[in-house]
Structures are given as C-alpha cells and as structure tokens.
Design a protein around this ligand. Structure first.
Ligand SMILES: Nc1nc2c(ncn2[C@@H]2O[C@H](COP(=O)(O)OP(=O)(O)O)[C@@H](O)[C@H]2O)c(=O)[nH]1
Ligand SMILES: [Mg+2]
Length: 406
C-alpha cells in the first residue's frame, strides 16, 4: 500500500504553553510514544509530526509543537518554528491545563480564531482539577468546543476525537477532485506525459499519479501517452475525449494537435485549482505581461531538489519571462519552507505547483502576496502566459476565464 501523500492529510496542530501536556496528549491519541514527555519545561524542541489514520477523517497528520511561551534565545527560535506550524494547520488543538486558563490562552485562542482556523480546546489534567463550568460554557458559546480530559488516565479522549471530527474543515470530509469533475464516468481523458531527461527514472511524478487515480475513482477512462503518440491516441478514439491534460512544457505542441472544440488544460492548472487558488493565481499571471527590465522576480519551489541543466525554475522559466519582457530581469530563488517575510521588492512571485506541499500553506502564501500587493502565479500559468496559450488552457474553467477577461 502506498502511503497517502502528506498533502491530502488533515493537519492537526497542537498548541499551548509548555508543560500543559501537549506531547502526552499526542501520545494518548495515537497510543504510541511519539513525542518525548517530561515534567521539565521545553522538552519538545522541533515540531514533531505523526501521520496516522483517524476515522472517519482518513489520514491525518498531528503536529506537536514546543510551548508558545518559551523564552531565551533558543526558546524564541523554538517559538518561531512552532508558529510556522500555524501556516500549515487545518485544525488547531489548543491544549491548556483545566484549572489554569489565563490571558495566554485567551490571546492564543484569539489568534487562532483570527486566522479563521477551527479550534478545539483540550482542558487537560482534569484528573488533578476539573475545569470551571463557566469557562467551558463561555468557550462553547464562542464556537470553540472545550473538552475536559486527562492524557494520563485517558478520560475524555473519545469526546475529544468526536470534537475534532465536528470541527474539521468541510473540504476534508468530502474528497476534492483534481480533474474527475471534468470527465464524466465512462468518458475518456487523454493525459500527455513527456518522458524526457527531467522525468524521474522508472516512475511518474506525483501530479500524474494523482490524475490517474482521480480518474479511476471517478470511473473515467485514462489514456496516457507521450506527445508523439497523441495523434495515434486521438485517432484510436470513436469520439473526441472529454479532456486533454498535458505537461505545461509540451502545451504548444499539444495544442496544435488537439481540435479547438476539445477542452485542453495543463497539470499545473489542475494543481493550482486543487492546491491553491486558481482565480487568484490567474489574476497574478496577468502581471507577466507587464514585467519590465530590471524587475525582481521571486521563484519559489515547495520541495528542495538539485537543479538540473535545463531546470524549469532556474533556466527555462527565466528565459521565457525575459523573452516576454524583452529585457533582463532579476531572479531570486527560494525552496522548501523558505519564503521571504518582506515581499514588497518583488514585481512578481512565481510558485511551483506545490504538489508535495499543503493547500493551507499555499493559500497563506497567496494571501500574503495579495496583502503586499504582489502578484503571484505558478509555473504552468506563467509559461502559458509567456507563450500566449493561457486562454486556451483556462477555457475549461469559467470563473478563471472571467478573471482573465476582467
Ligand atoms: N496528572 C496529569 N499529568 C499530566 C497529564 N498530561 C501530562 N501530564 C504531565 O505533565 C508534564 C508535561 O507533559 P508534556 O506532555 O511533556 O507537556 P508539553 O510537551 O509541554 O505539552 C509531564 O510530567 C506529564 O506527565 C494529565 O492529564 N494529568
Ligand atoms: Mg511537549
């Protein structure tokens, strides 16, 4: 069995003061010694991640953090790392001692609510002192389920599991579709996947695997070909396919072979819709046309990899964007979790499809760009715009077409 990609998991972050029992609670929920527990404050340093199956969510990822009240130079670094977890949290578990709810917890709850995160409050160590009923009622009235429990005795854990289920964001209980909403059951989708020097040996990349799986789930027919076999594939079909999806880099060649009446898009655009915010990124893409010589462009990649000779982010994309601008641009690159705090120097941010990343983190980055007034697009959209094929690739998506034609 293949493990579910990290990205489809509901991320549940545990937050609170030091020593309230966050790590104990994680261990009790998973029935495993995942995280170190001790009476000494500051035992958990780096965030600890534990993937597990939590029914009926399916796969979830618990992220245990260091206390947000840590202090000292090292402590502040731990706090920074814990706070970064907030950006990829779908559901926050605020852990407090049942008898010690104070201004710290109030401020944390306000911050979580301010971020629009669903919150469940775990009032731990109820075996020592029960929680104030007034407190429970007031939390409940504010929409934060408050569950008295004990990580030590296990009392209240079932109630907590139920509360997590009720608080989970809607999208995680229904399965989101990558492309099967565009291909009815029994209809054919043709997927064009170039096997070039950048293709990994002996396997397919994650977006391709996800597309095939999604079509199977939707009982559609997937016809998988390289670009050279596309004419033979189209000729073999009795009716035109419901959709053709291609790697962005092959888009021009593919577009020339696919009849205008057949919907055609790219894996990048499907990923933007699935993992990001397609309309926002289309809006950002329109800035590609306005780039001027000397503009600073930030190229952000979700995963860290060693760039090859014809690396898309470092070589091809800059080449295309400079050709479009008709002048040299200044490119800067970041990878993984790195993303600059100050986005104001950039005329454009170009992000990878973020297939290994997490949607909420992608949405947080899009929001931050929008707040700074900096347009953000993704690789496939920027390439499509630079090559003049964006309109064709967006035709299957009416809301994005509206953005495009503003
Ligand atoms: N009595 C009692 N002690 C607990 C409970 N949960 C955790 N503790 C203790 O509290 C201390 C801190 O726990 P830990 O999980 O390391 O806290 P955290 O990592 O800061 O969230 C440890 O000594 C735990 O054994 C509980 O429900 N009841
Ligand atoms: Mg801990």
């Amino acid at each position: 069995m293949q493990p579910a990609p990290r990205t489809l998991r509901l991320h549940i972050g545990l937050f609170g003061r030091r020593n309230v029992g966050k790590s104990s609670l994680l261990n009790a929920l998973t029935r495993q010694a995942v995280s170190l527990v001790s009476p000494e404050a500051g035992t958990t340093t780096d965030p600890v991640e534990k993937p597990m199956e939590l029914r009926p969510f399916g796969p979830v990822l618990f992220v245990d953090t260091a206390g947000l009240d840590d202090e000292g130079a090292l402590g502040l670094q731990r706090v920074a790392r814990s706070r970064a977890v907030l950006d990829r949290t779908d559901l926050a578990l605020l852990v407090a001692e049942a008898s010690a709810w104070g201004p710290f917890e109030e401020a944390l709850l306000a911050e979580l609510e301010g971020r629009g995160l669903p919150v469940v409050v775990a009032l731990n160590k109820a075996d020592l002192a029960g929680p104030d009923e007034l407190l429970r009622a007031s939390l409940q009235a504010r929409g934060a389920a408050a569950v008295p429990l004990s990580a030590t005795t296990g009392e209240g854990l079932d109630t907590l599991r139920e509360a997590l289920l009720r608080a989970a964001p809607e999208g995680f209980l229904e399965s989101r579709q990558l492309l099967s909403d565009l291909v009815p059951a029994g209809a054919v989708a043709v997927l064009v996947m170039p096997i070039d020097a950048e293709a990994p040996k002996g396997r397919l990349i994650l977006p391709q695997v996800m597309a095939v799986r999604d079509l199977l789930d939707g009982h559609a027919l997937a016809l998988v070909v390289q670009e050279a076999e596309l004419p033979a594939a189209l000729a073999a079909l009795k009716r035109p396919p419901a959709l053709v999806v291609t790697d962005s880099q092959a888009f021009q060649g593919v577009a020339a072979q696919v009849p205008e009446a057949v919907p055609l898009t790219s894996f990048s655009i499907l990923l933007s819709r699935f993992h990001g915010d397609l309309e926002a990124q289309v809006r950002g893409t329109l800035a590609v046309g306005g780039l001027q010589g000397g503009d600073r462009v930030l190229v952000a990649e979700g995963c860290t990899h060693h760039p090859g000779d014809e690396d898309i982010g470092r070589v091809k994309l800059p080449r295309w964007l400079e050709a479009k601008a008709g002048a040299p641009l200044r490119f800067e690159h970041v990878q993984g979790r790195d993303f600059p705090a100050d986005l104001s120097p950039y005329a454009l941010v170009v992000h990878c499809g973020n297939c290994m990343g997490h949607r909420r983190e992608m949405l947080a980055r899009i929001q931050r760009c929008e707040a700074a007034g900096v347009p953000i697009t993704n690789y496939g959209l920027a390439i499509a715009q630079a090559k003049g094929i964006l309109e064709r690739a967006l035709r299957p998506f009416s809301k994005s077409m509206e953005v495009l034609h503003g």
